[in-house]
Ligand binder design. Structure first.
Ligand code: SAM
Length: 275
């Protein structure tokens, strides 16, 4: 019988965030697929666990993924971890999950630390609807195309960014969405110097032009304002009546339909049409 793949989230800064269930999953796994085995070894030492580790990361995922699948199909249980946070979220995991699912392997994920969700929840921006955008591309052309595609996005947007690219990213965000758009910069989450800066994109770009960014950041950006639907005027309602008449509708039916579409009462439309 084949084994299983379990995605195990790990702390994003505070070791106490490892849950008993995550510890148990690591303890019970036959082997662990780790983004960086040295990072995971430290976590295992902290948890007082010893486990065989295999490396699974962006640049070996094809080869390593096949090996991991073979072992699972042969009956071993694998726990997969990234360096920090939830595997498969801007981290290795997505392809391994797909590969396992394609071969009928049971895949399960333990809920736990995720920088995006932690940041969103304390951002103070609307959380009802949001889009996760991950990292912007490092090529100027692709990042501008990405931002352009989000210009009219009304949902709150979540971005990951490395500190050395933050200043340029804030400038690009401000240019693409306008300096008045609100942003919450969530820094060093779960760590000693955790901080949330709530300001406009223009203020954020100016602040980090002066101040070198330190630590890890999640950027939560307010969505574009919803476009107000224009209220129909009597003129547009009458134009609609004319269109319907031209399509061969009777005067009575045309006024009835235009009234339903525009919200103007039939009587008012009739009187205006007569004038
Ligand atoms: N899979 C991870 C997760 O679920 O949180 C994210 C991995 S991604 C490679 C790393 C990015 O997550 C960082 O560049 C930063 O944007 C964000 N991040 C990770 N830890 C963070 C923290 N403690 N505070 C703020 N942002 C963090």
């Amino acid at each position: 019988m084949s084994g299983t793949l379990t995605l195990v989230p790990t702390p994003i800064g505070n070791l106490s965030d490892i849950s008993p269930r995550c510890r148990q999953a690591l303890a019970e796994a036959d082997f662990i697929a780790a983004e960086d085995t040295r990072v995971t070894l430290k976590l295992l030492n902290h948890l007082d666990l010893k486990k065989p580790l295999v490396s699974y990361y962006e640049h070996n995922k094809e080869f390593s993924g096949k090996k991991i699948l073979e072992r699972i199909l042969a009956g071993e249980n694998c726990a997969q971890v990234s360096d920090a946070g939830s595997p498969a979220i801007s981290d290795p995991g997505e392809d391994l999950v797909r590969l396992c699912a394609e071969h009928g392997v049971t895949v399960t994920a333990i809920p736990g630390p995720c920088a995006a969700i932690t940041a969103l929840s304390i951002s103070g921006l609307p959380t009802g609807r949001f889009t996760f955008e991950g990292f912007l591309s490092t090529t100027k052309k692709n990042r501008l195309a990405h931002l352009q595609s989000l210009k009219n996005e009304t949902r709150t947007m979540v971005f990951y960014e490395a500190p050395h690219k933050l200043t340029a990213t804030l400038r690009d965000l401000s240019e693409a969405f306008g300096a008045e758009r609100r942003i919450s910069l969530c820094r060093e989450l779960t760590k000693l110097y955790e901080e949330v800066q709530r300001m406009t994109l223009g203020e954020a770009a100016a602040y980090y032009d002066e101040q070198p960014p330190r630590g890890e950041f999640v950027l939560i950006v307010e969505g574009a304002a919803e476009k107000q639907e224009e209220k129909p005027t009597m003129e547009t309602a009458l134009t609609r009546v004319q269109e319907l008449l031209a399509q061969g509708m009777s005067k009575k039916d045309a006024i009835k339909q235009a009234s339903q579409e525009t919200g103007f009462p039939k009587n008012a439309l009739y009187d205006a049409a007569m004038k």
